[in-house]
Ligand binder design. Structure first.
Ligand SMILES: Nc1ncnc2c1ncn2[C@@H]1O[C@H](COP(=O)(O)OP(=O)(O)OP(=O)(O)O)[C@@H](O)[C@H]1O
Ligand SMILES: [Mg+2]
Length: 183
């Protein structure tokens, strides 16, 4: 879509990669390409919907536009209320501050009940321990089974809530408070 005078946001080839770290030295062994080359433009009085399966990068796109992350690549041209055209992807943090009154995000899970300092393994394992359903190795196996059941990869059980998508988090939260012994 070509930009014109009515364009308020033009996103060009936006990329947001997250490093994957492993081992004792926490070396970068690869990248999660959460957003990989997204382009669109938005005109005044237009509503744009972005849809796609859980984990495809919708929220990350929003966060990258808002500069809650430093984008790995691409441009985010925004026309301010004052009429300036600025690239939010590279603008200085100080200049970004006043723009936060103009562009904002409504979060998907603002009342998230997940403890950000606990891994998913501990979050899902906690009720199992409290209710003496399982502990140790056995608990890990049950956590893995629960994760698989809701379509989460058990290999990610040592990750923290912020490393999952909103939809994935909803599924973690859905399992976490369960009182019944898992099947
Ligand atoms: N901080 C992060 N570190 C590592 N990986 C991340 C991070 N944030 C998101 N991801 C990964 O990037 C991908 C995109 O996540 P994102 O939250 O943008 O998905 P989404 O499209 O909003 O999904 P949903 O519909 O479930 O909300 C997912 O695979 C997620 O696991
Ligand atoms: Mg999301």
């Amino acid at each position: 879509m070509a930009s014109d005078n009515n364009t308020i946001l033009e996103v060009i080839d936006l990329k947001q990669y997250f490093p994957i770290r492993a081992g004792f030295m926490q070396k970068i062994v690869g990248y999660v390409k959460a957003v990989d080359g997204v382009s669109f433009s938005l005109r005044e009085n237009e509503t744009l919907g972005i849809r796609g399966e859980s984990g495809c990068g919708k929220t990350t796109t929003g966060r990258a536009i808002l500069r809650l992350y430093d984008p790995s690549g691409g441009e985010v041209w925004y026309r301010t209320l004052a009429g300036e055209r600025v690239n939010l992807a590279t603008i200085e943090k100080k200049q970004m501050m006043p723009l936060r009154r103009e562009v904002r995000m409504i979060f998907q899970d603002p009342f998230s009940s997940l403890n950000p300092r606990m891994t998913v393994k501990d979050i899902i394992g906690e009720p199992l321990a409290i209710h003496k359903v399982a502990k140790g190795r056995e608990s890990d196996d049950k956590v893995a089974a629960l994760m698989r059941k809701v379509g989460l990869n058990p290999a990610y059980m040592r990750r923290y809530p912020h490393e999952f998508s909103g939809g994935q988090r909803q599924r973690i939260a859905w399992r976490a408070p369960s009182r019944s012994a898992p099947g």
